[in-house]
Design a protein around this ligand. Structure first.
Ligand SMILES: Cc1ncc(COP(=O)(O)O)c(C=O)c1O
Length: 348
């Protein structure tokens, strides 16, 4: 008998996107924000005291909790800090799923969900999106203990309306987790649902809209009863003192956040238009990336050729994503480099 539980033995594990070591590359493969975090963040970092490092951190990250509550118009007990949005996903699987309590989600979507299902040894009901990435009508019928909808969805960048999410929250029998990791780049979010529904958890990330992928910080918004249950699952000190200070400063700098998001949205519009004029089929995106289908060449080939030019994007081999490249919206300079490389490659 092997050392590991059978389901762990059989799982390949999540494969994170490639993280090149060199700094002088055009890195458009893992949807980080292309701009640096607020300058206030570096100031907050320089003000960390030895005492803050010597002591264990505040287990609930109260400073962040209060700031995020203000930003989202809820009370602080609706917020739980986590070590990146990914930690919240893991906690949700641990809290709601097991051999008899399945998870359901539309596909294609964030490829971490099936990995977490395998680790938790729960059945995953994968309901295909249609070609337009509309919410599958059969999703609620799966009677899952946990239903996850990534909104805006990755890697399609598509957005499901708040009204449709309200209907889904009403229909599902278990918990509905709305993964809003990319919502900072969308026009609408589903925060209001937590006021009306006791089964809705909203996931937020500080990695994308706030340029803080390096510190690993995210949070949940949900009714206090759900938050209290999730707290039982979390590590006592799941977010560290430095991360709490930095994330709190970043979420409070509303001006910087808005300006950065607007710059990315403007570049998203420009990049989408330019890629289309190069003959790629590009979906409108509500996120900080676009999904582009190469009409006459394979995505793998273009990916290789871009990589040789030190331009990193992502491509997938899953069903429904064949021949598609996912490209993070870069700075205007990065996007220009990508566009001129693509122009060359597509002529070859
Ligand atoms: C759809 C989705 N959800 C959640 C996350 C988790 O983000 P983080 O753990 O960096 O907060 C990611 C990260 O890429 C994501 O793509």
């Amino acid at each position: 008998m092997g050392y590991f539980r059978e389901n762990i033995e059989k799982t390949k594990g999540y494969e994170p996107g490639f993280q090149p070591r060199q700094a002088d590359v055009v890195k458009l493969n893992t949807n980080e924000n292309s701009y640096p975090p607020s300058p206030m963040v570096l100031k907050a970092l320089s003000e960390i005291s030895p005492e803050q490092l010597r002591r264990y951190p505040d287990p609930m990250g109260s400073a962040f909790r209060e700031a995020a509550a203000e930003v989202n118009g809820v009370a602080p007990d609706y917020i739980m800090c986590c070590n990146g949005g990914d930690e919240l996903l893991k906690m949700a699987f641990q809290a709601f799923c097991d051999e008899n309590r399945p998870v359901a989600y539309p596909v294609p979507t964030y490829s971490l969900y099936p990995v977490l299902a395998k680790l938790q040894n729960c059945r995953a009901v994968e309901v295909p999106f249609d070609n337009e990435f509309n919410l599958p009508p059969k999703l609620a019928a799966s009677a899952a203990a946990l239903t996850i909808v990534c909104n805006p969805n990755a890697p399609s960048g598509s957005l499901i309306t708040v009204n449709e999410m309200v209907s889904l929250a009403d229909e599902v029998s278990g918990v509905l987790l709305i993964d809003e990791a990319y919502v900072d780049f969308a026009e609408k979010d589903c925060t209001a649902l937590v006021k009306d529904f006791d089964n809705v958890i909203i996931l937020r990330s500080m990695s994308k809209g706030y340029s803080l992928a390096g510190i690993r910080f995210g949070y949940a918004i949900a009714r206090p009863d759900l938050i209290t249950g999730l707290i039982k699952v979390k590590d006592s000190y799941n977010v560290d003192a430095v991360a709490i200070a930095i994330a709190t400063t970043a979420i409070r700098d509303r001006d910087y956040f808005r300006k950065t998001v607007e710059k990315i949205k403007a570049e998203r519009k420009r990049l989408t238009k330019q890629l289309r004029s190069l003959g790629l089929d590009v979906r409108d995106s509500s996120s900080n990336f676009v999904l582009a289908k190469c009409k006459n060449s394979s995505a793998a080939e273009i990916y290789e050729k871009l990589t040789r030019r030190n331009i990193f994007v992502r491509y997938f081999t899953y069903q429904g994503l064949e021949d598609k490249l996912r490209i993070t919206i870069g700075t205007p300079e990065q996007n220009d480099k990508l566009l001129s490389a693509l122009k060359e490659i597509l002529k070859e």
